[in-house]
Ligand binder design. Structure first.
Ligand code: MG
Length: 370
């Protein structure tokens, strides 16, 4: 039974001084989250992912403390979905937010509930979710392809990731003010890596139609696996129109807050690679619903890693629609059981829970006042 909740905020430095894509520039990854205490002394950990902006991180932890805690204390945790429904459909909370702060707070709580459920069962979450130890889950790395790297740094980094670390798939950011520069960078990466490495591209919602149609049409020349978030995040009809005009498949989903948002994009034909993020949707519970929806439409799921894959690896092992998961190494060292990747393939986590238990020394080192 749940007895109390305690929130935390961690700001963990990224691997360089600063990284940027076409719309964001950050020095730290934010982890506003929650510890859920129980009468059996099990503790569940959950968090969401942010740009380490303390004021908005505190809105998330305040929402957990002031709104969700009273709905959870005294409850049993054997059915996270039942508690998810109690929180997601709570009338006063639904009135003020079915997306944004309330949903990211819900995500952190839901992940902590799944962590608790698997800890009770003394098994890793992928087993609780029905996963079998027979799948090879591939990692693709995004940490070599930032837009603020000059072309030499970019080539050096993607070469290190593929030749030295053994990744078979990498992602690079696009969306430079001059699109010709994007083309030169993609061309240079393809030349440096050869034809056997998968290259994904990500515009982070930067481009517009018809202005950027020319560069979008050129991507096919470099055998790009997908173009991610080519247009503004909410533009359903724009993505649908674009999908009919270009040969490169579209990936999106990291900025969508609900199953209903995904349904709109999928039914309009505007997405080929479906990218739920359990830290922005209402947690593992709703991310699984999105995976099931994609499966019904025979679309591959490639989750976006707002958690840097730490907890979504469990969902990814368990769900048949996922064969490829994003990985960025910024926060991996903070956990009791850090993720392991060998030649681009994830090892299976073995500790009970959702992989979210944070080591105390890092709670102290990176912790901010909630
Ligand atoms: Mg992205």
């Amino acid at each position: 039974m749940i007895t109390s909740l305690e929130t935390f905020i961690l700001h963990v430095p990224v691997t360089r001084d600063r990284i940027a894509d076409s719309t964001h520039s950050i020095t730290h990854w934010g982890m506003p989250g929650v510890k859920i205490m129980t009468d059996s002394e099990h503790v569940g950990y959950g968090f969401t992912g942010t740009h380490a902006h303390l004021a908005s991180d505190r809105l998330i932890t305040d929402c957990i403390t002031n709104c969700y805690a009273e709905l959870l204390i005294g409850e049993e945790v054997d059915e996270p979905r039942k508690l998810w429904e109690k929180m997601a459909y709570n009338p006063p909370l639904q009135w003020v937010g079915r997306a944004g702060i309330t949903t990211m707070a819900l995500a952190a709580v839901d992940i902590a509930l799944w962590d608790l459920k698997s800890k009770y069962r003394e098994e890793p979450l992928w087993k609780t979710l029905g996963g079998k130890e027979e799948k090879k889950l591939e990692a693709y790395n995004t940490d070599g392809g930032w837009l603020n790297f000059n072309q030499d740094m970019l080539i050096e980094d993607v070469k290190r990731l593929t030749l030295q670390d053994g990744y078979k798939s990498i992602k690079m950011k696009v969306g430079k003010p001059d699109s010709n520069e994007d083309i030169h960078r993609i061309e240079a990466v393809r030349k440096a890596l050869g034809n056997d490495v998968r290259i994904m591209t990500d515009a982070n919602g930067r481009w517009r139609l018809p202005d950027n149609l020319e560069i979008l049409s050129c991507l096919k020349d470099f055998d790009v696996t997908w173009i991610e978030e080519p247009l503004w995040h909410d533009d359903v009809s724009g993505h649908s129109e674009l999908a009919k005009s270009i040969q490169t498949p579209i990936a999106l989903g990291e900025m969508l807050y609900s199953l209903a948002h995904f349904r709109e994009f999928i039914s309009s034909g505007g997405v080929r690679f479906v990218q739920p993020d359990a830290t922005r949707l209402g947690g593992i519970t709703e991310a699984l619903d999105v995976c099931n929806l994609a499966q019904e439409h025979q679309l591959p799921v490639t989750p976006h890693a707002g958690d840097m894959a730490q907890t979504q690896i469990h969902m990814s092992i368990a769900h048949p629609s996922i064969e490829l998961l994003e990985f960025i190494p910024w926060i991996t060292h903070c956990f009791e059981e850090p993720l392991k990747i060998d030649s681009g393939i994830f090892s299976y986590p073995q500790m009970p829970g959702a992989g979210t238990t944070i080591r105390n020394e890092y709670m102290e080192m990176y912790g901010k006042k909630v």
